[in-house]
Write a protein that binds this ligand. Structure first.
Ligand code: ATP
Ligand code: MG
Length: 557
């Protein structure tokens, strides 16, 4: 974590049951007073905001207890893993504001893991099973019925060692043999019914190439990687709770010099999203979104492109806390964190998304008046800028009404309104096209109202504008929640649960010229927060993404 960011959590960080456990360990003098953690993603997809919770927890604990946190790629399944994901994950962790002590890979330990497996065989704690995957599954039993021992369970140590070495040497095909831990086929915990620890996979690995024909399983690899790295607290989500006895059995049986403590916590379940790499992959592959970094995706790459500040995500992770159970978290909480952060940081700018021409007929054609605007109403240090005021302006189409609803305070024919930071104008007449659509508003202005109230009357409405001659054309993408249902499940039919309004494109937006530079979020006054996109539109225009609206528009719906 960089120095400027450490103020987030105060000196000790957010209190939670894991920190209480660590405090207790320290009080007992365990682990020589050290706290070492790791964040262990499998490089089979992009990180999502659920991972941010785990990252903030693991790196945050290490920071606050003056320990360290490793980034470790759990790269034991070469079929699904890809170097693209490794690079993306490193980028995302850094972007979130954390620095790993060491960059490790489970594959760094393949030799050691192999040696440990031979030890298990020699002590009678592992055997080569030559049953098929289906047979093994069938013999595993159920929650109610115990498993059946494999006919190969009693193979001699010599035979097991010989077969395992030949598995390694590539003599057999995928699925012909596996190495299983020899634990307890009648255990109430199915994970302990002789779990597979090695399988044959004749595929190239992203780091070890074709060196290996066998690869260790996740459960076997994870605890040993933790032990090899000297991790003291191995923090993971609840689904691993039933795996903890296996985690402990492997370390106890091998009598490793270090025995890390696995502690489970509730995963983040965020409303209006589904946080699972497999599921996110489906959205990408079926084309419901435009890639892993689509600004509607809950991936960190998507949130970054969407303009979510990393400090706001860290703040969100602090606020949701860490508990033993999983519960749905309100999307509004994340959005509030984003708004709070941007409200303080984002400079204000003028932009019109759905433009209609407003012509001030009592100004000369070449009128150009530089007006001074504050960049931020509450932050003088952000300074000021000049915005040109001219005869022809763009204003927002829905700031004008031909037939105004009750209490309307914006522009109507014959009515007055203030143009933000400039004059009061009166709409004298309309110009319509052949279809009767209003295309121009012809106005006059009150020259006495620059920075002053008009005399003898009240003008309440204020609307924003952009000088037509100076405006920059842009495509603005209005993003909203990807799902319309708060608690989507993997079983849902996507057509029923995806929000058809999650992306609305405004192809003809007009932006104040100062927006041509910069790449951080800004507030378009009255509209929301927006950020330039890295790409351009199909027509080659600048693109801005809406980060978030100014207010929660879902609360009322
Ligand atoms: P997959 O869907 O492929 O299983 P995943 O989303 O569970 O992937 P992993 O690579 O298995 O991601 O997880 C890396 C780490 O992040 C693990 O320690 C895991 O416990 C944690 N993690 C995963 N999802 C969440 C979540 N929703 N909230 C908090 N932590 C999570
Ligand atoms: Mg997982």
């Amino acid at each position: 974590m960089s120095a400027e960011d450490t103020s987030d959590d105060g000196p000790t960080g957010p209190v939670n049951f894991i920190r209480h456990r660590i405090d207790a360990d320290l009080a007992e003098g365990k682990n020589e007073g050290q706290v070492y953690t790791r964040f262990p993603p499998e490089p089979n997809g992009y990180l999502h905001i659920g991972h941010a919770k785990s990252i903030c927890l693991n790196f945050g604990v290490a920071r606050d207890y003056k320990g360290h946190c490793n980034l470790r790629f759990d790269d034991t399944n070469p079929v699904k893993e890809d170097a693209e994901f490794i690079d993306a994950i490193k980028k995302d962790v850094s972007w979130l504001g954390f620095e790993w002590a060491q960059l490790r890979h489970a594959s760094d330990y393949f030799d050691q893991l192999y040696a440990y497996a031979c030890e298990l065989i020699k002590s009678g704690n592992a055997y080569v099973d030559s049953c098929s995957a289906d047979e093994i599954r069938e013999m595993r039993g159920t929650l109610k019925a115990p498993g059946t021992p494999s006919p190969y369970r009693e193979r001699s140590v010599e035979e097991n060692l010989d077969l395992f070495e030949r598995m390694k040497a590539g003599e057999f095909n995928d699925g012909e043999h596996v190495l299983r831990a020899r634990i307890d086929m009648a255990s109430g915990n199915i994970n302990l019914r002789d779990p597979v620890v090695y399988r044959i996979r004749k595929v190239n690995h992203i780091r070890t190439g074709d060196t290996w024909s066998i690869y260790p399983m996740y459960d076997y690899t994870h605890c040993l990687s933790d032990a090899i790295e000297g991790i003291t607290h191995s923090l993971c989500t609840l689904e691993f709770e039933d795996h903890r006895p296996l985690y402990d059995w492997i370390l106890d049986t091998l009598n490793t010099p270090v025995h890390p403590q696995q502690i489970e916590f509730g995963p983040l379940l965020l409303e209006y999203t589904l946080l699972s790499k497999r599921y996110l992959l489906r959205l990408v592959q079926e084309g419901h979104v435009d890639g892993w970094d689509d600004p509607r995706m809950p991936t960190l790459a998507g949130l970054r492109r969407r303009g979510f500040p990393p400090a706001a995500i860290r703040r969100f992770c602090d606020l949701i806390g860490v508990t033993k159970n999983a519960a749905w978290t309100d999307m509004a909480l994340l959005e509030t964190c984003i708004r709070d952060e941007l409200n303080v940081a984002a400079p204000r700018r003028l932009a019109v998304l759905d433009p209609i021409k407003l012509i001030i007929t009592d100004l000369p054609e070449d009128h150009e008046e530089p007006l001074t605007f504050q960049n931020h109403p509450q932050d003088e240090s952000q300074g000021t800028r000049q915005v040109p005021f001219t005869r022809e302006l763009w204003v927002e189409r829905d700031d004008f009404a031909e037939v105004p609803p009750p209490k309307w305070q914006r522009l109507v024919e014959g009515g007055e309104v203030r143009l933000r930071g400039s004059y009061v104008v009166k709409c004298e007449s309309l110009v319509k096209d052949a279809d009767g659509k209003v295309i121009e508003l012809h106005c006059t202005h009150d020259a006495n109202t620059l920075g002053k109230k008009p005399e003898g009357r009240k003008v309440k409405g204020v609307i924003h504008w952009v000088s037509a001659r100076h405006a920059m054309n842009a495509e603005v993408r209005l993003y909203d929640r990807l799902y319309k249902t708060p608690n989507p499940s993997p079983e849902d039919d996507l057509d029923d649960v995806l929000n058809p309004q999650s992306l609305v494109v405004m192809p003809n937006a007009k932006l104040e010229a100062s927006l041509a530079t910069g790449n951080t979020p800004v507030q378009f006054e009255r509209l929301g927060y927006f950020v330039p996109d890295s790409g351009t539109s199909a027509t080659g225009q600048v693109v801005f993404n809406r980060v978030i609206t100014l207010r929660d528009t879902w609360a009322k719906s």
